[in-house]
Write a protein that binds this ligand. Structure first.
Ligand SMILES: Cc1cc2nc3c(=O)[nH]c(=O)nc-3n(C[C@H](O)[C@H](O)[C@H](O)COP(=O)(O)O)c2cc1C
Length: 256
């Protein structure tokens, strides 16, 4: 049975929570799912102090003592995750942003390959689409297979038409997430993702050394030689593009 965990960034059990409940109901129409809720307000997450020890030496050197690793365990335990947040001042809520900051080292050393990700954003009026894009990007940067999230309008008094539109949006988002959740392998990278991987790994190889955690990690994973983070069959055009991105990465690092 697949395990899905929703990380909820609202301090209240209202619009965002209700949206996730509806998502859960829809998902369980497809198949049996173990579905858990994580309310970020119930966990202790300190603010990042910017020391960058997690980037340079390793996440185990982070001086903050909080529930970060507990939350990472919950992601590792899941086959799919939902990041659900209200739109606060045109961005994710503070607890959700704090979680993303505490996970920033994962953007350097992505690890959630093969796990599905989506987002749910609730809002009064405006700004949610860019938040869904942002969260999708964060998901991809962490290695997740991302299904596009949804934006729901919750401005009160909510009309029947708006309510029905929200239900439709959740249904469509659930279908997208389910497809990714059941997919047997992670996706073939887009040109953009391939470029990000090849240029960053090439500059890292040229400019860093064993003193850096990122370098040791890439070396141990074989990422300095591989086509991509994971086994994937690149078509001839992407193979060629990969070599060009490596070349560009080498040139950039020698010029800097
Ligand atoms: C501090 C704060 C800032 C907000 N900023 C926005 C905003 O920029 N755009 C918007 O459309 N709605 C905004 N809203 C409305 C919430 O996104 C909306 O009510 C949301 O559904 C609340 O979710 P909840 O019931 O789970 O807390 C804001 C609400 C609060 C309390």
């Amino acid at each position: 049975m697949k395990r899905v965990t929703a990380f909820i960034g609202s301090a209240r059990k209202q619009a965002t929570y209700n949206a996730v409940r509806e998502f859960e109901r829809n998902l369980k129409l497809y198949t049996e799912i173990e579905f858990d809720y994580v309310f970020l307000k119930d966990y202790r997450l300190e603010f990042c102090s910017g020391c960058k020890l997690c980037f340079d030496k390793g996440e185990e050197f982070c001086p903050l003592q909080d529930d970060r690793d507990l939350l990472i365990d919950k992601i590792n335990y899941s086959d799919g995750v939902i990041f659900a947040t209200p739109n606060y001042s045109f961005h994710v809520s503070a607890p959700m942003k704090n979680l993303l900051d505490r996970l920033a080292f994962v953007f350097h050393r992505p690890c959630f390959f093969g796990k599905a990700f989506t987002s749910i954003v609730t809002q009064g009026v405006f700004g949610g689409n860019s938040i869904v894009r942002y969260l999708g990007n964060m998901g991809e940067n962490s290695g997740f297979s991302v299904a596009k999230g949804c934006v729901l309008k919750t401005l009160e008094p909510i009309t029947k038409a708006a309510q029905e539109k929200n239900l439709r949006e959740i249904r469509k988002a659930t279908a997208r997430f389910y497809r990714v959740l059941m997919s047997p392998s992670p996706p073939n990278p887009s040109f953009f993702r391939l470029m990000m991987f090849r240029m960053s790994r090439t500059t890292m190889k040229e400019m860093l050394n064993d003193e850096y955690c990122d370098y040791r990690h890439y070396k141990a994973k074989g990422w300095f030689e591989s086509d991509y983070y994971y086994d994937v069959s690149l078509n001839p055009i992407k193979k060629l593009a990969g070599w060009i991105f490596d070349f560009m990465g080498r040139r950039m690092s020698r010029q800097s």
